[in-house]
Design a protein around this ligand. Structure first.
Ligand SMILES: Cc1ncc(COP(=O)(O)O)c(C=O)c1O
Length: 392
């Protein structure tokens, strides 16, 4: 009889037959998969047959999430990644090479700008920024070196919206691909592939997960483009964990419900805070005062504008920091898209290296706070944020 150690390893690795399929996708907590011969492994590593070889390449829990996201975004194929940044990195490097240029919104998630500065520049990939709410400005900013136009459905943190359909047409006429970060809207509110985008990315850390308990990302699009991004992802080790994929799958089941409540709460809060003491401006696509309100009503599902609100406080940086100290219902933490309301102050955190002039160029003031409206009772949020914003 084999020794105890041998038997323990064999017994603990035995997978029971499950004639009744589990209702939830199990977490395939395995880094590797047994194969019958070298040819099978070779085929699996080349994705020449169905199945799995090694979790950096694929895993059944990831596959379940990928199928779900492809369906919900209306793409042929999806890829689950370690984080939103891993997804963005893989997409960008699958399209651009040394000498090429990425065109990005003037106001966008700071991490994407950080990727351009800290990683792409070292590989000879340039970048330029433009006001993507202005189609003429985008047309003028495209150069023969531009290979990819980056957009965010609703931008972080200012909630500006790009007209993806118009910009995709314009970019395609010039041979430029378009990728859209759909994190703020989530697939419940927007499907940019249907508007002409070539690829969509998500930080599933946010609304798709929805509970501030996972890190993950995703890429969705046509098979050839997602396959190209997968080549980067596998070689750079940007794969996600099956545990996080399980949580993202669980989050997906309630995404539609949560986005309804995020949207109705955010609209109630934004409307109540417009003109409140200490508040200079409220930016929320669901408000009639938002510059792209008409676009939001036209393109976002059922006119729901999501849960992200930018509030510009009258008193600048000090006022922003005071606001964070004063909230009692909302939580001062970075990140967004969760059940709890999260507040952050870009000028003292994600954008702290910027001068007031740089902030203004990005559509923000030194007193702009970003609020990710959660699922609490709207009246409690209004009272909390009003009290935090008061000027004294
Ligand atoms: C719009 C947007 N895209 C991408 C990311 C990056 O996602 P992750 O933190 O999962 O890498 C974030 C993170 O805040 C984000 O807000």
């Amino acid at each position: 009889m084999p020794g105890f150690s041998t038997r323990a390893i064999k017994a603990a690795g035995r997978v029971p037959d499950a004639p009744q399929p589990p209702v939830n996708v199990p977490i395939y907590a395995t880094s590797t998969f047994e194969v019958s011969d070298a040819a099978e492994l070779g085929d699996l590593l080349e994705f020449g047959r169905a199945g799995h070889s090694y979790t950096r390449y694929s895993n059944p829990t990831h596959e379940a999430l990928e199928r779900a996201l492809a369906e919900l975004e209306g793409g042929e194929m999806a890829l689950s990644t370690a984080s939103g940044m891993a997804a963005i990195h893989a997409v960008v490097l699958s399209i651009l090479e040394s000498g090429d240029e990425l065109l990005m919104p003037r106001a966008l998630y700071g991490g994407t700008l950080g990727l351009a500065h800290a990683v792409l520049a070292r590989s000879g990939i340039g970048h330029a920024v433009v006001d993507t709410t202005d189609a003429d400005a985008v047309a003028a900013a495209l150069t023969p070196r531009t290979k990819l136009l980056w957009l965010e459905t609703i931008t972080n943190p200012t909630t500006a919206m790009a007209d993806v359909a118009t910009l995709a047409e314009l970019a395609h006429d010039r041979g430029v691909l378009v990728a859209v970060d759909n994190t703020f809207a989530s697939p419940a509110l927007a499907n940019p592939l249907a508007w002409g985008a070539d690829l969509v990315v998500h930080s599933t850390t946010k609304y798709i997960g929805g509970h501030s308990d996972l890190m993950g990302g995703a890429i969705v699009g046509p098979t050839d483009r997602v396959t190209a991004a997968r080549k980067i992802l596998i070689n750079a080790g940007g794969n996600g964990s099956p545990w996080e994929a399980f949580l993202a799958l669980r989050g997906l089941k309630t995404l539609a419900l949560r986005m309804e409540r995020h949207s109705s709460n955010a609209l109630a809060v934004a409307a109540a805070l417009e003109g409140a003491p200490g508040i200079a401006r409220v930016q929320y696509p669901g408000l009639a005062s938002h510059p792209q309100h008409e676009l939001a009503c036209r393109v976002l599902r059922d006119g729901m504008a999501g849960g992200m609100v930018a509030i510009e406080l009258e008193g600048g940086r000090d006022h922003g920091e005071r606001f964070l100290d004063r909230v009692r219902v909302a939580v001062h933490a970075t990140s967004l898209g969760s059940v709890e309301t999260l507040v952050s102050h870009p000028a003292s955190s994600s954008h702290r290296q910027l001068t007031d002039a740089d902030l203004a160029a990005g559509g923000m003031g030194p007193g702009t706070v970003r609020v990710s409206i959660g699922l609490e009772d709207a009246e409690d949020l209004v009272a909390d944020l009003r009290a935090a914003a008061r000027p004294d």
